[in-house]
Design a protein around this ligand. Sequence first.
Ligand code: TGC
Ligand code: FAD
Length: 402
Amino acid sequence: MPKTTNTCVCTPHDTDFYNVRSLLTDDERRVQDAVGRFVDEKVLPIVPKAFEDHRFPSELIPQIAAMGLLGCNIDGYDCAGLNNVCYGLVCQELERGDSGIRSFVSVQGSLCMYPILTYGTEEQRQKWLPRMARGEVIGCFGLTEPDGGSDPGTMKTRAVKKGGDWVINGAKMWITNGSIADIAIVWAMTDEGGTGVSPVVRGFLVEKEMPGYTTRDILRKFSLRASVTSELFFDDVRVPEANLLPNVRGLKGPLGCLTQARYGIAWGAIGAALACYEEALEYAKVRVVFNRPIAHTQTIQRRLAEMCRRITTARLLALQLGRLKDAGTMHHSQVSLAKWNNVRMALDVARDARDILGAAGISIECGPIRHMLNLESVITYEGTETIHELIVGRQLCGKDAF
Ligand code: TGC
Ligand code: FAD
């Protein structure tokens, strides 16, 4: 039997070394290209200044909505009904622009539209989802509290049933889109089980104009500056029963939403890493020091090869995760491994790219420092790196070590 020989050798592309794009369907490639063009033409020209000015570029919302990117993996309710690989590619392209833009889309789709779709009534879906897909109603997701985010089971915000309403008291902290949101998905402890029974977490749709509900922006951030981050306060906020999400009880409600958003982040981080790597690679080829481009030195080549290796493996990991999600077989611990791996990869790539750019790398004119600073939030929110390591550890060892 003759040995099979490889007769078609294609030169690896420096930004897609294993030609992962060839594993996508035509539709998936079309979605990626359309969002990529949007990022090149509309996001990148304005986002460094927005970051510098500590301003969320809300003028992008109608364009993002018109492209069908809000809740894009939801079927019906005026949503695009794309598969989860497409949703991942959307996140990847948006975060190639800025993590703040991907954050906006993650929160709207995965943290706000998803729970209404999955835990809400048909009336709630009809009322909110089409308007949220069109960007006419903006959402935020309130889980984290001032006393700690990693262990949401200890939350202090309480909802007490009074007559036909629920009355909410408490506060949420570090909430993306908080002050620009028309509705907040708020998770609160209830005592609905009665005396002697453990409190139960329930989800509520709190509307902006409800008396007692206020927000305050968190200013002076060094990270995610092109994104709104707020505190939410609830002072005897009366929420009608019609605004309770009836179809989930317990922490699995918010954690189920986090699985959706963490999935998107695992893809998004690849975009941030690619932006940094491409800039460092181009710079290294033209920056002449000691009479030769720095790209002709062993150390710089090793560092660029290391970036290429880590980005390539992250891409393959995200794509397989997406295929599992589309097949309905993805486990949330697999999402944790991907969020942990890909965000750590992106942060390391961004820091190294910043260094390869030398002094120029500290300027807002260059992307890596902006991505690097953003990724300090991305590695913390949606579960810190440690929490994801411990989720994978629990899956392997069968015991909580939190
Ligand atoms: P645990 O006992 O593990 O779970 C309670 C119930 O939930 C189920 N479950 C999940 N379901 C779906 N997806 C997941 N990821 C799930 N994890 C757990 C679990 O099966 C159980 O179900 P049941 O039926 O038995 O009741 O709960 P725990 O209290 O031990 O918590 C474990 C831990 C530490 C992993 C969890 O609390 C955690 O993930 N902590 C991190 C918190 C976090 O990620 N917060 C993020 C806030 S939102 C945010 O950051 C938005 S950033 C937005 C942006 O700008 O992009
Ligand atoms: P803590 O829980 O106090 O953790 C502090 C440190 O202790 C971390 O390093 C952590 O890894 C470590 N640690 C915790 N437990 C253990 C353990 N058992 N063993 C070892 N180490 C441990 N939240 C929302 O609800 N909605 C949002 O929209 C939202 N947006 C955000 C936007 C930004 C820009 C940021 C920065 C955060 C946002 N968050 C949001 C909050 C985010 O989810 C939390 O910051 C995160 O979950 C961590 O919580 P914490 O900051 O309270 O840290």
